[in-house]
Design a protein around this ligand. Structure first.
Ligand code: PYC
Length: 404
């Protein structure tokens, strides 16, 4: 309160927290806000609080490299992320908010025979699910991205790539704001700067959520946090097979548009795209240790520069403007944990590793259906916490943008 620009209308209000809600969503990032939006829009449930200990979109939703794609490895993964991409395609119109979706195409480079085999495998799984992906050779890569060094003399020569035309980037903050505004208009309370400190469970059921602003009575709580997902789940007595590691990214000064495709190299642990403003956005693999730190490190910048320059040597004069870190909750199979838990009324949408941003819309849609109908929808059937006891893992490590 009091921080709004003079004369500008408030896009969502900052309401006083009520003492009870039908649904409390913990985490005001993309997933939490999207779930609130679809609960209200698709199921008519509007007595909802979305609670965040910071500001909305201040976690992973505002700290990613905004890449969208659906070229995964397992049929479960491909169907799921494809639904997300389809929702993203319509989202600017639906939310009446320009999300600047640039469907510029996405290239995953292969630098050895093993890499080419994985790309062929992914292309075939993608095609069976109706997703547009194909393997192309090094000459075709060069045609799409002339600045890539495709000579044979490099340490990791480019042999080819998985080309996925529907992939691209979208303005991540705008997606958060668009969902927040639409959810707010339907009556959802967005409660910022309020920390969840406990979850009340009686007789195996959720009865309330404790916060730094007081207690809320509710029978339904969703953990939609990243970074703190295991700590929040612990509050309800649910252990998560999750470890948390930082993921860093960086952005350069703006230059003329020259890169019309997202380029990823798992071997070099790097991904690059160019924003509408001309900046290059770089990412890498998660830091090789667990931590809750969101600070950038010098080691990261050094490694990143080395790898970017082996891919595109002509970028050597570019200056980095800033770099940052976010938190990734990694699961053993690199797929999320979604759905109900052993505690009645306690739902989770966590464990997103490095895939969370691209899944926001479908995760919100599916979790809203899960909560409203109390049945886990088909599209997330395979992602339940129960898979770690049944052994039916959904291995998506092979679809990671970079090695982890
Ligand atoms: O999976 O495409 C991806 C990705 C990009 C950045 C982090 N993950």
């Amino acid at each position: 309160k009091g921080l709004s620009q003079e004369g500008w209308p408030e896009v969502w209000s900052q309401p006083d927290m009520k003492s009870s809600y039908d649904v409390v969503i913990i985490g005001g990032g993309l997933h939490g806000l999207a779930t609130a939006y679809y609960l209200a829009k698709n199921h008519g449930i509007t007595n909802i609080a979305v609670i965040d200990k910071g500001y909305i979109g201040g976690g992973g939703s505002g700290r990613n490299t905004s890449i969208l794609r659906s070229n995964y490895l397992t049929p479960d993964g491909v169907k799921f992320y494809d639904r997300s991409l389809k929702l993203y395609e319509e989202l600017s119109g639906e939310l009446n908010f320009n999300l600047m979706f640039a469907q510029m195409g996405h290239l995953s480079l292969a630098h050895d025979d093993g890499g080419m085999r994985t790309m062929r495998w992914r292309a075939e799984v993608n095609k069976v699910q109706g997703v547009n992906s194909e393997v192309i050779d090094a000459d075709a890569v060069k045609e799409l991205v002339p600045y890539i060094d495709t000579s044979k003399s490099t340490r990791y020569p480019v042999l080819g790539a998985l080309y996925h035309p529907p992939g691209g980037t979208i303005r991540h903050d705008a997606v958060v704001w668009g969902y927040a505004r639409a959810a707010h208009e339907m009556g959802v309370h967005i409660i910022q700067h309020t920390e969840v400190t406990g979850i009340d469970v009686e007789g195996g059921k959720v009865t309330g959520v404790k916060t730094s602003q007081g207690n809320i009575a509710t029978e339904t709580a969703l953990n939609a946090t990243a970074g703190w997902s295991s700590l929040i789940s612990d509050m309800a007595g649910i252990r998560m097979p999750v470890t948390t590691s930082p993921l860093q990214a960086a952005v350069t000064e703006p230059v003329k548009p020259f890169l019309g495709t997202v380029v990823v190299s798992g071997t070099l642990h790097v991904y690059v795209s160019q924003t509408d403003r001309g900046e290059l956005v770089f990412g890498a693999s998660v830091d090789p240790f667990t931590s809750y730190s969101m600070r950038g490190t010098l080691e990261f910048v050094e490694g990143l520069a080395t790898n970017v320059l082996s891919l595109m040597p002509s970028l050597s004069k570019m200056r980095l403007l800033r770099h940052w870190g976010g938190l990734c909750d990694m699961t053993p199979d690199y797929s999320p944990i979604m759905g109900e838990t052993e505690v009645d009324g306690f739902y989770v949408d966590v464990g997103w590793g490095t895939y969370g941003f691209k899944a926001g819309p479908v995760a919100g849609e599916a979790m809203a259906e899960n909560i409203a109908t109390q049945k886990r929808p088909e599209i997330i059937k395979g992602f339940g916490l129960d898979r770690f006891s049944s052994g039916r893992l959904v291995g998506e490590k092979g679809a990671a943008a970079v090695g982890h």
